[in-house]
Each structure stands twice: as C-alpha cells, then as structure tokens.
Design a protein around this ligand. Structure first.
Ligand code: AMP
Ligand code: ZN
Length: 667
C-alpha cells in the first residue's frame, strides 16, 4: 500500500516537473492551468498525508512556506567576478585589439542582454537544485535556497544528459508588470512604494518567509555554466545544452561572428529595450570559444573574455510648467515638477520628482525653466540640470511653500533630513485617510475587502474620519458607494466585525502612534497589560522596555495627551476592539527558571525563537539580547556563530541544545 502511494507521489512529481518544463522553458504547455492546479493540489494533499516521502525538490515547494531566520554565509567555489565596463564603440574596439594581441586567431562573440537584477549562483547535483547563493562580495554570499526554489523560471529537476555537479549563474529580476503589481498592493496597505525593480528583486530574495517571496513574482534567466570541465567547446553550445536540460536562457542572446555584428546588436537593443517588459542596463559580450576564454583568463576583478557595454541614461530637455506639492499619508511633503509632456525612454513623461527643498535650491530652479530630465534605474524620472541659455530673466526663482496645500497648516522642516511635513496629523485629509488605511492593513487589524479607494470614498462622504468610525458603519451606508455590490458590502461589514478578535499588540500597532511600528507594539503589549496601563506609564517607565528609546516614549506620551485620541480609544473599547491583553498569553506555568537568563542563537528546529522566548517567560525566566557575564544559558541551534564563541570564551555560561532546554522545563 505505502509503496503504491510512494510511487503515485513520485509519478506526480515527475509529471509536474515535466509540465513546468513545458510551460516555462519550452513555452508549450500541454495541459490547461486548471488541470495543472488539480495535479499540484493532489500532490500537496498526498505529501501532507505522507510526510515520510518528503523531497526537498518537490514541485509543491514552489509555493513556499519555508522560513529562513538567518541566511548562512557560503563560500563560492568559483569566484563571482564583476564585469569590465565600456561606454562606447571605441572602448569595444580597444578591447578587441587587446584580445587579438593575446589570441592571434579569429574571435566570435555571444552578445547577451545585461539584466538589471540580482545575480545568483545555483549548484545542481545529480540533476537536482541543491543550493542557491547570492553574489555577496564575489568570494562569499548568502544562502537563499528556499527563496530561490519559489521562482518558477528556475528548474528544480533537470532533464537529459546533464553533468553530475555544476553551477548555473544567472540573474533574478522583476518584470515591470510585477513590480507595478507589488506597488499597487503596497499602496493599498498604506506602505511606501518601492523605488525600482532592481532593488526590489534583490530585497525580495532576503525575505524570511519564502511564501512571501513567491508572491513577489520574481523572474530569472540563466546565462553561465560553471564547472571544472565543460561539456562543450563554446559558450553558445553551452547555452543550448543548458536549455535542453531545462534552464531558461535568454531568448535574445545572439552568436556574432564579428564585432560589427555585436555593434548591430547593441544599436538594436539600445532603441528597443523599452519594449522588453523588464529593465536591462546594457549588453554583455562574451568570447564564444571556451579554450580562448581559458587562454585569456581573469584580471583581479573581472574576466578578460567578457565586457559589459553600458547604455547611457536617456536625457531630454523640456519646459517646467509648475511645481506642485503632494502631502503623503504620513504628512511628508513631496515637491513635484510638472513638465511639458515629452517622450523619454519609451514613455511620455509629464512629471518628475524633486524630492525636497534642498534639491530645488541646488538646481536653482526658476519658473518655466527648460530642464534636462533623465531616467536612471528609478521609475520616476528626475531633473538633472537647467538649460540656462533658455532662461527668461524675468522668471522668478521657485519658492518652497510655507503651508500645507491640503489643510493650510504651517509646515515644519526636519533639518537633518531636509524634508517638510504637515503637523496636522488628525485633520489633514491625506493623513486622516492614511491613518485609516494603516488601521485596516494586513499587519494591523487586517480588515480585508476594505481597500484604500473605499476608505477614500467613505471619507469624502463624511462617513468615517478615524478608525473608530468603521465600527458604526452599516451596510445601508456602504451600498450607495461606487462599485459596491451587496456581497462586497457584506464582506466589509463582516471584516470589520472580525477585527474585534485581533489581539492587542496589533491594535496597538494599528492605531498609528508615531514611531510605534510592529516590533515596538509587540514589546509594549508584552510589558503593559492594556491601553490604560500604557497610558499611565511615564517616560521613565517606557524607556525601561527593551527597544524603546526617548523618541518613542515621547511620541507615546504625546499621543495620549491629545483628547481626540482618548475619545477614539474609548470608542474602540466600547465597540469591543481588543485594547487589553487576553489573559492566557500571560499565564505562568512554573517558576523553574526563576532568576535565570536565556539567549537563543542559530537556526532552531524544534520551536521558533518567539515561542522559545515565551516559554522562558512562562517559566519565570528572562530573555536577554546579548552574550555577557549576566547570561546563564545560551541555547544553540544549527550553525550557531559568534555568540556561541563568545559564550565559550566567557566560560561561565551553560550551553544547551534545544532538547536540553526542553529538559530544563521538565518537558
Ligand atoms: P557589474 O555589476 O556592473 O560588475 O556587472 C556584472 C553583473 O552583471 C553580474 O554580476 C551579473 O549580475 C550581471 N549580468 C546581467 N546580465 C548578465 C549576463 N548576460 N552575463 C553576465 N552577467 C550579467
Ligand atoms: Zn496638512
């Protein structure tokens, strides 16, 4: 029986790997998405029921879920070099001359797009993805295997006659479409948008929860095979081979028999790159013949056999029509340059961000100046200079506003950050809306279905002005709103009702006390049993709490000094929102750890760090955050690092593994 099930599981895995290959690599799916999902669900079901047949490369692991607490550092077996840069065709011709001098034989090249993302090195053993490591400093990087496995473009299982052990190098990037999706979602959750796809892609690789990484929708392309022995004579052949094993290689890569062909390729993509749907910042040119590559070797920094050609950031001139000021949800002011529409890098540009007053001063902007606009890696173009020849001497220098354009309040300038903000937190419209959006966001009260647009509408209709107003809403009030159907109105009402179950710490985060983020809210909720308890705390008491400094303490006190906040809190209480800790989270199980201090380090496998710390507290012990003479026990998981060493050096600290820690508790 169990053999049958094992076979069934293995067959399903095999089949799904094949469908993934057909879909992602060949772009020729043979079954519908629906059928595919059914198969995947069946496999998930069987695996959950039979954990004994676990396989770390099962296609179900694509959906993520594995949590990485610390990304271990891994030495690269083959160093990850940089590339030499060239900026024009002269540079390229010089390079070719150097090559010819060393080689004295005909040279062909492979020209590839230079993907603007994060590079990755992936180890394959016996056809299975074994380990994925970031570039880091080129000598060592961070191991991010669990996260990389969620990326559909990267095969977990290879086909055909692949070598037993080798590395594939490639780039992980975000398409512009997926980047926009992420930002739309962030916007809805009241978070600041990300700046550009490149940083977002590399940042995503370091998220601890791989299921979250999956949601980012990352793409990948593989461009380099690395091993001691090569199963081909040229880079081009290698690319075709790796493709046949299941890797997604660049569709645009081209074999060029002369530098002229390379130049054509460069010219083509310099003008066409905006059609690609993802960002490239140049072209990479590689000597095709592997024995030539070997003969050329490396400099201290980069291979002599490869060269990056960087595209120039595109720059155009246009007229500045006006400067307007946006008020963000936190009250921060952003000046925006409104431009005469102009075509830049494939899109019509009408606006550029000016960031802050200092930048406007530095540019010396005057009304109706003709400005140079550039598009670098950032999504929003920026003004990089003024064409002074075209300035009309009658035009005045731009004066930064003194009052909030939304509510008229006098602005405050934070000198060290050069930004202005509107201090009218409770009545400045974008801030009022921002506060409510924050309240319903996923990490706060998590009121699903209540999106930012709906909140804006509700505010415009004067139905809500602060989070307490949500609880007085009725379905009848919602129904007349734009695009509001019976069912969605009901969902909102249900979601609001459900939020009354959300624990104190999240509510504390949700009510939007300045500087009280998620972690601080958690700490506060641990140390104060209720909002009233917190309200009574003095600044001295507040700074006693771990991670709470003077700035946070001050802001908490200011919050409670405002009668409008007190009114909101009293109303939230009356509606049944959790403004005190629920009892059982604080229950004491024993005092066996009384007067003992603990610290956890390394990758824990029997419990999470949060759980462990909670156990310590429930048994009367105390958690501390650093190794010192005051520490009694260091509990070490896998791959413990410097803390373990330090504890051993001190000598008086008892070192426990996870099981020994449980034994202490009498479990
Ligand atoms: P740089 O960071 O400017 O030294 O450029 C080197 C980086 O270019 C590598 O680390 C890769 O991440 C990236 N890259 C993008 N596309 C390619 C490609 N087709 N071949 C090699 N490297 C590439
Ligand atoms: Zn304002």
């Amino acid at each position: 029986m169990s053999e049958n099930i094992q076979k069934k599981i293995e067959d399903l895995r095999e089949e799904i790997h094949q469908h993934n290959y057909n879909y992602y690599t060949l772009d020729e799916p043979t079954i519908s998405d629906f059928e595919f999902d059914l198969k995947l669900k069946e496999l998930q079901y069987l695996e959950a029921k039979h954990p004994e047949f676990f396989d770390s490369n099962s296609p179900t692991l694509r959906v993520g879920g594995e949590i990485t607490k610390n990304f271990p550092t891994v030495q690269h077996q083959f160093r990850m070099y940089s590339l030499d840069n060239s900026y024009d065709f002269n540079d390229l011709e010089d390079w070719e001359k150097r090559l010819q001098k060393s080689l004295d034989e005909p040279i062909s090249y492979v020209a590839e797009l230079k993907y603007d993302g994060a590079s990755i090195s992936i180890l394959y053993e016996n056809g299975k993805l074994k380990q994925a490591v970031t570039r880091g400093d080129g000598f060592q990087g961070d191991e991010i295997t669990a996260n990389v496995k969620t990326i559909s473009d990267i095969p977990l299982q290879l086909h055909g006659d692949f070598p037993e052990r080798f590395y594939m190098r490639g780039e992980i990037y975000l398409t512009r479409k997926n980047f926009d999706k992420i930002n739309i979602r962030r916007e809805e959750e009241g978070l600041d948008p990300f700046m550009n796809p490149r940083n977002t892609a590399s940042g995503s690789l370091k998220i601890q929860d791989s299921a979250e990484v999956r949601k980012r929708g990352l793409s990948a392309v593989l461009y380099q095979f690395i091993a001691n022995d090569f199963p081909a004579k040229t880079h081009w052949e290698l690319l075709q081979k790796t493709k046949s094993w299941g890797f997604k290689i660049s569709e645009q890569a081209k074999l060029c028999n002369s530098l002229d062909e390379v130049k054509d390729f460069i010219n083509f993509w310099d003008t066409q790159r905006h059609q690609l749907g993802f960002d490239i910042d140049g072209i990479v040119i590689k000597v095709n013949d592997l024995s030539q590559q070997k003969a050329l070797g490396y400099t201290a920094k980069s291979p002599r056999w490869a060269m990056a050609y960087k595209f120039k950031a595109e720059k155009v001139e246009t007229e500045l029509q006006s400067v307007t000021y946006q008020v963000g949800r936190t009250g921060a002011i952003t000046p925006v340059a409104n431009l005469k529409p102009v075509l830049l890098a494939g899109t019509v540009v009408k606006r550029a961000s000016l960031h802050n007053e200092d930048i406007i001063k530095k540019l010396g902007l005057h009304d109706h100046d003709f400005v140079y606009v550039e598009k670098g890696g950032e999504i929003i173009p920026k003004i990089v200079g003024v064409n002074l020849d075209k300035r009309n001497p009658e035009n005045q220098e731009i004066q930064y506003i003194k009052n909030c354009p939304e509510c008229g309040t006098e602005l405050i300038k934070i000198e060290d950050q050069a930004i202005h903000f509107c201090p009218n937190e409770l009545h400045c419209p974008p801030q009022v809306v921002g506060r409510m959006i924050h309240y319903v966001s996923r990490k706060a009260l998590n009121i699903e279905n209540l999106g930012s647009e709906t909140i804006e509408q509700l505010y415009r209709e004067k139905l809500v002005e602060n989070p307490a107003d949500f609880y007085a809403l009725t379905k009848e009030q919602l129904l007349p709103l734009e695009r509001m159907a019976e069912k969605s109105a009901q969902n909102i009402i249900d979601g609001i009702e459900k939020s009354k179950e959300i624990p104190f710490e999240k509510v504390l985060y949700g009510i939007g006390i300045k500087h009280v983020g998620e972690t601080v809210a958690k700490k506060l909720a641990k140390n104060f049993t209720s909002i009233d308890d917190l309200r009574k705390a003095t600044a001295e008491e507040l700074v006693q709490v771990e991670d709470i400094g003077g700035k946070i303490a001050e802001s908490i006190i200011a919050f409670f000094q405002n009668p409008e906040n007190i009114l909101m809190i009293e109303r939230l209480k009356s509606y049944g929102v959790q403004l005190e800790r629920r009892e059982n989270t604080n229950e004491i199980l024993s005092n066996v750890l009384e007067n003992k201090t603990f610290l956890f380090t390394g990758k824990l496998s029997l419990f999470t760090r949060d759980d462990a710390e909670e156990m310590v507290e429930k048994h009367g012990g105390k958690n501390i955050s650093a190794v010192s003479k005051n520490l009694n026990y260091l509990v070490v998981g896998e791959k413990a690092g410097s803390k373990l060493k330090k504890a051993q050096d001190i000598g008086t600290i008892e070192i426990l593994d996870e099981q020994q820690f449980l034994d202490l508790l009498g479990n």
